[in-house]
Write a protein that binds this ligand. Structure first.
Ligand code: TXA
Ligand code: MG
Length: 340
């Protein structure tokens, strides 16, 4: 099955089109929609398989955590643990071009794939009538990176989106040009001092004025999730147990490209290639018994955690093809193997 070719409908964002787009989101499809910053490429954040389609369409070689878009503060507060700084900023700037990274709430419905395995979540309420109407109608948190192919500039018109993603997504909602034109400012509120992870549409000076303190700048080029993780480690006292490592790395050793398994190893299989060892293994999971990479991506982070939870010293991982989404899956597996 070719998972990347689909007929893309280009719709003027009127009430009927928004309703139709919301239905497509609820059914697991991909919808590009305008926000005040840039056009987003949205999918149901609670569905790993829907989120896998985003990475597929963007041809992203690695899993980046995605921003969960919600229609109002109330829905945002349900996804994460907002400390006093985060609440203040949400009250001052939402809806608006500010994304807040906070620890996930214990019952956060956003899929592990949308969070790229992190225990933190990025949340934003966009300030655009089409985006807000779509989010309200969808009734789901919507994971949405900028609607461009990986490595190209962010789109600020529906035509930019069509130029890059036509034939790869279900709907483009045309709501005109984006007024801000740069992505949202991202602030991590994980410890006592907020940290700027990405400068963007809301000036940092405005944020500092609301907080009455200086926001720490991350260093140029530093990977945002890693930075958030480092900050979490600096302020462990303020965070719930389990929040310490914002980026999940298995405790067990990871053995890649396994073509056989030892009896004491947990197994992370693909396409049943290690099925012969299932009964002798203390924990056996198949990312996708019929070899579907989208399903494998959706299962990746949760199965890695479950295999690790078996308390084994090694997880044997079957080879995963490197085409399409396989590249990002293999990237994550290589990181799991490299973590000390
Ligand atoms: O203006 C915007 O923010 C647009 C519109 C569509 O809302 N979205 C956007 O998404 O720019 P994206 O995926 O292109 O950039 C999101 C950034 C990435 O750099 C990602 O690493 C960071 O947010 N991010 C997401 N979740 C994070 C987390 N849990 N911790 C740290 N950084 C995170
Ligand atoms: Mg982007």
């Amino acid at each position: 099955m070719d998972q990347t070719t689909r007929a893309t409908r280009f719709l003027a964002a009127d009430e009927g089109a928004i309703q139709e787009a919301a239905k497509i989101l609820r059914e697991g499809g991909l919808v590009s929609f305008p926000t005040e910053t840039v056009y987003g490429l949205g999918a149901d954040a609670t569905s790993g398989e829907a989120v896998a389609k985003i990475y597929e369409a963007k041809q992203r070689p690695a899993f980046n955590p995605l921003i969960a878009h919600v229609p109002a503060m109330q829905e945002g507060l349900a996804l994460g643990q907002f400390n006093a700084h985060a609440r203040k900023l949400a009250e001052a700037f939402w809806p608006g071009a500010l994304t807040l990274v906070v620890p996930v709430s214990s019952d956060c419905p956003v899929s592990l794939l949308a969070r790229a395995g992190h225990d933190t979540i990025a949340v934003r309420v966009p300030d655009h009538p089409v985006a807000l109407a779509l989010l309200r109608r969808a009734g789901l948190p919507v994971a949405a990176p900028s609607a461009n192919v990986s490595g190209t500039v962010s789109p600020t018109t529906a035509q930019h989106v069509a130029d890059g993603l036509s034939g790869r997504i279900d709907v483009i909602l045309d709501g005109g040009a984006c007024s801000v034109g740069v992505e949202s400012t991202i602030i991590a509120c994980l410890g006592p001092q907020p940290v700027l992870l990405r400068p963007g549409g809301i000036p940092v000076a405005d944020i500092e004025q609301i907080l009455g303190l200086t926001v720490r700048r991350s260093h140029e080029g530093q990977d945002a999730p890693a930075l958030a993780s480092a900050q979490t480690k600096q302020a462990p006292g303020l965070l719930a147990p389990g929040m310490l490592a914002s980026h999940y790395a298995p405790r067990a050793n990871v053995r890649l490209q396994a073509v056989e398994a030892y009896p004491n190893e947990a197994i992370l299989d693909f396409a049943a290639s290690l099925a012969a060892y299932a009964t002798t293994s203390p924990a056996y999971f198949d990312l996708s018994p019929n070899g579907d990479l989208r399903q494998a991506a959706a299962n990746l982070f949760s199965f890695l955690r479950q295999a690790d939870a078996a308390g084994v010293s090694t997880i044997a991982i079957a080879p995963v093809p490197s085409a399409g989404l396989g590249e990002a899956i293999n990237d994550r597996l290589a990181r799991a193997a490299a973590d000390p």
